[in-house]
Design a binder for this molecule. Structure first.
Ligand code: FAD
Length: 494
């Protein structure tokens, strides 16, 4: 048994850095381990990342955030899902809700029942069977309840928040728990000649910050994991065509929607994310299919309100770091890779990285077996999320622009092909036990993008088509009644 880790050093003070600092400070409380976070105001943070998914509740409760205080501090609004506009051609729209479809407790069977009804000629929109979608459309909001007899148990929610304020909020918490922030630009990385482990970071002012374990949260540049440890990068731009985004705020709305909008465009898609104090707007696009300045013009022209600042351009290579943990360096956040913002999964991947680091927390020798397990789990998780994102691009129909024709024709990963084929045959959604996006998400997106199944599970053969339709009608009424009872959000706040 070797010595425990006594000094953790986190490089980077963006969302990833401060989330990691807050979580480690809580977990390592009273162990005597020190945590130092090094960041450079001159370099700054990526400054985007405003939409989350429901797993955020796990992280917020892990670090002990009070929901009301956190929402006030970060200008947060409720998020019930994502509305996809134009992905099946101009004028089309579908909703990916965070909750489940159908009756309470029936999440897995609901796609089967709805498929059977559709095959029997019933064309009722699937939105009618999602309470989350129905209240989102009414600009109403309610939280899920634990009682599985209640339709409210089918709800799910997350937040939109100001990423800079979220990092600041977590910084206060982390510093209160003893994390020491060190301002400075890292200019040199010292490594042990024998093990190759990182020993210290040296700033351009000559400060030396030594550590036993280093968490690389340095953003897209991956200063430690790539530049020092040469982890390698898998470039997935053959599957995920977008490699740039313009981002710009506009004025807050009086009636913000409790959901994100993702609006398909000629060479990518635009986001609209309403916060309490502003609206976040962005255009994620492919530089292979649109000139950077033309993309900027498109965003400004199509925004519902004038920009409040100069748009910012962010370039990225969609993909993932081949190994997120090498030696005594663990990459969390953009340093470990970035797919793209569709489906807002990046903050989830940060917290999932933190969770894995906590459960595999090493001793000072940084046992390579722990790194192996971390990298194995990370690879699987990122690939599953990647497939879900590719699904949106590949299944888009009704758009004839070159980017979309390219996406319709491109070869896709076998893992995704398998999922689509299984659904087409029998409405089955093939998931691994701990896969992030579950039945409702895959069903919403596949159905929304026009995929229809040819059959359903034989388990439903115990009832007739008429009984299935009758039961669904009762579920639809129950969801409609429950939706009508949820009060709308007050104006001026989502
Ligand atoms: P950064 O914010 O870039 O922070 C890097 C830190 O490292 C900074 O503090 C910097 O100062 C420091 N640093 C770097 N080099 C040095 C050095 N040499 N010395 C000292 N310090 C250094 N995620 C979501 O979950 N939802 C979304 O809606 C979403 N939208 C996005 C939209 C776009 C266009 C992009 C690009 C990303 C989006 N993301 C989203 C991802 C999200 O922004 C990031 O996951 C999140 O902000 C974490 O970033 P980070 O902390 O890893 O990196």
């Amino acid at each position: 048994m070797t010595d425990p880790v006594r000094r953790v050093v986190i490089l980077g003070g963006g969302t990833a850095g401060w989330m990691t600092a807050a979580a480690l400070a809580k977990a390592l409380e009273r162990t005597g381990t020190t945590i130092t976070l090094v960041e450079s105001e001159e370099i700054g943070t990526v400054g985007v990342g405003e939409a989350t998914i429901p797993t955020i509740h796990w992280f917020n409760s892990l670090v002990g955030l009070d929901e009301a205080r956190f929402m006030a501090d970060t200008g947060a609004t409720w998020k019930l899902g994502i509305e996809f506009r134009g992905w099946q051609g101009e004028g089309s729209a579908y909703f990916h809700p965070f909750g489940t479809y159908g009756a309470p407790g029936d999440a897995t069977m609901a796609p089967q029942r709805l498929t059977r009804a559709w095959l029997a000629g019933d064309t009722a929109p699937i939105e009618d069977f999602s309470l989350t979608t129905r209240i989102a459309r009414r600009r109403a909001f309610a939280k899920p309840v634990g009682d599985l007899r209640s339709p409210l148990s089918t709800l799910g929610y997350a937040f939109h928040f100001d990423a800079m304020r979220y990092a600041r909020h977590l910084r206060t918490l982390a510093e209160r728990r003893g994390v020491v922030r060190h301002e400075g630009k890292v200019a040199q990385v010292e490594r042990d000649g024998d093990t190759g482990h990182v020993q210290a970071l040296v700033t351009d002012r000559g400060d030396r910050i030594a550590g036993d374990l280093f968490v690389d949260c340095s953003g897209l540049r991956g200063l430690l994991i790539e530049q020092a440890m040469q982890a390698g990068y898998d470039d997935w731009s053959h599957w995920l065509p977008c490699d740039a985004a313009w981002a710009v705020p506009s004025a807050a709305e009086t009636e913000p929607t409790p959901y994100t909008q993702a609006i398909a465009q000629e060479a990518g898609w635009r986001w609209r994310i309403p916060l309490q104090h502003r609206v976040g707007n962005g255009y994620v696009f492919s530089t292979r299919f649109q000139d950077i300045e033309a993309a900027r013009g498109l965003l400004i022209e199509r925004m519902a309100a004038p920009p409040l600042a100069e748009p910012r351009l962010i370039r990225f290579t969609p993909g993932r770091r081949r190994r997120a943990w090498v030696g005594n360096v663990v990459a969390i956040g953009l340093s470990s890779g970035f797919l793209e913002p569709l489906e807002s999964t990046s903050i989830h991947l940060i917290q999932s990285g933190i969770g894995k680091l906590l459960s595999l927390f090493p001793r000072r020798d940084a046992d390579p077996l722990l790194a192996e397990q971390y990298n194995r789990l990370t690879a699987r998780e990122v690939e599953e999320v990647r497939d879900f994102v590719i699904l949106h691009y590949h299944l888009t129909q009704g758009r004839a622009e070159p980017l979309w024709r390219h996406c319709q024709a491109m070869p896709i990963p076998d893992t995704l092909r398998y999922k689509i084929d299984q659904f087409r045959r029998s409405a089955r959604i093939m998931l691994t036990p701990d896969e992030l996006f579950r039945d409702a998400s895959w069903f919403a997106v596949m159905h929304g993008q026009g995929v229809r199944a040819a059959d359903y599970t034989p388990l439903l053969d115990t009832m007739s088509d008429a009984d299935n339709l009758r039961q669904l009608e009762a579920v639809r009424r129950m969801i409609g009644d429950a939706a009508a009872r949820v009060p709308p959000l007050p104006s001026g706040r989502a």
